[in-house]
Design a protein around this ligand. Structure first.
Ligand code: SF4
Length: 175
């Protein structure tokens, strides 16, 4: 068995260690790509077609795109990075939809299926709040036996207990 040891031009560590200036990187791209990047630096975004082209850039072109995006990011927001402490609660994995890619859902009656009561959800959120969470994301499968107002009841209970928390449901546990 052999392993690739040469730096790959698409690897993040390679892109991050590229010491060339932004101008040098743009200068090494194809003219059409350079034109798009230079316009972006002037505040004029790419068209949808140009954006689609940017999605598949590799090598020097990708390095120039990364550097351009970083320059625009720096100009827009500086170097301060912010984040939100979030508690993600899965209240049920029972779902009848059957998406092929899903490793989360279980049919009702499966030994790993669960459908937690609201108090369980509130306790999990409290754990998150105790550790600094300011946002909760509740995710569950699409349980056909859930009451038609089940999401509203859940949201109301969370809102009543944690009025300052930013919250919202997603119906699908895979998101
Ligand atoms: S939980 Fe979401 S992704 Fe999984 S089967 Fe249900 S709808 Fe599909």
């Amino acid at each position: 068995m052999s392993y690739q040891t040469e730096p790959h031009p698409d690897r993040v560590d390679f892109l991050l260690s590229d010491q060339r200036s932004l101008a040098q990187r743009i200068g090494a791209t194809r003219p059409a790509i350079a034109a798009v990047l230079e316009r972006a630096l002037e505040g004029r975004p790419p068209s949808a077609e140009e954006g689609a082209e940017l999605l598949v850039l590799r090598g020097d072109d990708l390095s120039a795109l990364v550097a351009t995006a970083d320059a625009i990011r720096k100009e827009d927001v500086g170097d301060i990075v912010t984040y939100v402490v979030n508690r993600n609660v899965n209240w049920t994995n029972i779902c009848f939809v059957g998406c092929k890619f899903c490793a989360f859902a279980r049919l009702k009656g499966h030994e790993q299926a669960y459908d937690h009561p609201i108090e369980f959800v509130l306790d999990r959120i409290q754990e998150g709040v105790n550790r600094g969470a300011t946002e909760v994301c509740m995710q569950g499968g699409i349980n056909p036996e859930m009451d038609s107002d089940g999401y509203f009841v859940l949201l109301r209970a969370v809102r009543d207990r944690f009025p300052d928390l930013h919250n919202g449901p997603t119906r699908c546990g895979a998101r």
